[in-house]
Design a binder for this molecule. Structure first.
Ligand code: IPE
Ligand code: IPE
Ligand code: MG
Length: 246
């Protein structure tokens, strides 16, 4: 039996977050340039997005470019931005065909103008889609996001719009870029690295973490389904003890 058949569709994670990692090593292993790894990684993204839509995962958030990734060699940064622009433009029709809405989080204003424009246009074209929301984290860092939220809340207090005592988890969450999204129940990272690299720190407070040695360009929906089967075997206790769960 394949992993897909083992999934209990009544207990699917509503939101899966993925740190796609290992593109560079995958290319290097074959004596190719890192950019080849990134290009090949797009095929994985497409397969995973369609896999999520196929089984009914409502939110998929993919870490595509971190704030820290600006520190890579300029040629690689440029190649990634060009690939991003080409992919957004090539895939908008497919997103519409599959009823997938495109969303983006991060410091979008820091991206090249062409990227901002094409992203905006693709988001507008897919805005009415309802099967799945695909969120790309671009120029994203969780510490940046939390600081932005803190500043927005400080301004609301300063302007007398809210009181300090009113700042609770819901109020704080509403200032994050993931507003209106449930927190990810499952976070997957490929390539054998066991760290979260500044991704969704607030939202991942209670996520189940899944690490695989598979490099991102080799990751396919069957690997995603395997991760979901693993997730469904776990007991999420949220501080309680087993006997308290039904
Ligand atoms: C992930 O692959 C893609 C991005 C961070 C943009 P990497 O480029 O980090 O690949 P490795 O980790 O160097 O193999
Ligand atoms: C994290 O991957 C960022 C993305 C997946 C976009 P990196 O490969 O940049 O992470 P570190 O720096 O090795 O932790
Ligand atoms: Mg990496």
């Amino acid at each position: 039996m394949g992993f897909k058949e083992q999934i209990d569709t009544s207990r699917l994670p509503e939101h899966i977050a993925i740190i796609m990692d290992g593109n560079g090593r995958w290319a290097k292993n074959q004596g190719k340039f890192r950019s080849f790894g990134h290009e090949s990684g797009v095929i994985s993204v497409k397969d995973i997005v369609e896999g999520c839509a196929d089984i009914g995962v409502k939110y998929l958030t993919i870490y595509a470019f971190s704030t820290e990734n600006w520190n890579r060699p300029i040629d690689e940064v440029n190649a990634l931005m060009e690939l991003l622009i080409a992919t957004i433009n090539n895939e908008t029709d497919t997103l519409n065909k599959n009823n997938i809405r495109l969303n983006a989080i991060g410091d979008i204003a820091s991206l090249p103008q062409q990227c901002i424009d094409d992203l905006k246009s693709a988001m507008e074209k897919t805005a009415g889609n309802t099967t799945c929301t695909l969120t790309l984290a671009l120029s994203y860092s969780a510490k940046w996001e939390i600081l932005e939220a803190a500043k927005k809340l400080a301004l609301l207090v300063q302007d007398g719009k809210i009181k300090v005592d009113e700042i609770d988890e819901a109020q704080f969450s509403s200032q994050l870029t993931t507003v209106n999204m449930p927190d990810p129940e499952l976070m997957i990272r490929t390539s054998g690295e066991h760290r979260v690299s500044n991704f969704l720190l607030w939202q991942m407070a209670y996520s189940e973490l899944y690490f695989t040695e598979t490099l991102w360009p080799d990751f396919r929906r069957e690997d995603l389904f395997e991760a979901i089967v693993d997730y469904q075997k776990r007991e999420r206790r949220f501080g309680k003890i087993s006997e308290q769960l039904n």
